[in-house]
Write a protein that binds this ligand. Sequence first.
Ligand code: ATP
Length: 233
Amino acid sequence: MSVKDLTVLRGGREVLHGVSFDVPRGHVVGLLGPSGCGKTTLMRALVGVQIVASGEVTVLGEPAGSRALRNKVGYATQNPAVYMDLTVAENLRYFGAVIGAPREDVTRVVDEVDLGGQAGQLVGSLSGGQRNRVNLAVALLGGPELVVLDEPTVGLDPVLRQELWELFHKLAENGTTMIVSSHVMDEAARCQRLLLMRDGHLLADETPAELRAQTGTDDLEEAFLRLIRGVAA
Ligand SMILES: Nc1ncnc2c1ncn2[C@@H]1O[C@H](COP(=O)(O)OP(=O)(O)OP(=O)(O)O)[C@@H](O)[C@H]1O
């Protein structure tokens, strides 16, 4: 996947200012940065639903959003986009049918997000964290080659967060590229690559080890702050 000189305007204001990076397949990539820095906008451009002012976004060798990518890219938005008056399984069967996923995929993704016990429950009656996991399960239907997840671990307890990160790595080991956004730096250490953003600019594109070495601290939150101060200096 490659992004070249991507500029995006939202509400008449430039919110991404010429962002460029490459992501190799089968990596877990963290997209990190403070609220409002442009993470969601960048993710929208990757899945091809964002109007871009200029630049190029290429996904699995195709222009982002092209028809050939329809079944190859999974996207979970920050706010769950599932039907409240359907059960977990009904939602997954419905979205699976839309993208032509095999029926047995429903059981697989329900297990992956650990919602086996809630499969027959109405989504409207689930907790916020469980609802987020239904949203995540939808993104995993059909076994996409690129999965883009907007803050998938918000509101989850530490055990579940740990399990989801293990799932992301398992999927990546099988060749899926995972782009996962977060605004909490303690998730950064769980990623193989980090894209650090601030105010619509990409500040860094490196591994956690490289970031630690470059900034001279083991604490990734502090590393991010040092990077910002360095850029400002
Ligand atoms: N529909 C819109 N109209 C105008 N401005 C927008 C719109 N959507 C987003 N923006 C602006 O674009 C910038 C980037 O927003 P974006 O949602 O990409 O940030 P983010 O890093 O994902 O934030 P968060 O972590 O809070 O979700 C922000 O300044 C935001 O106010």
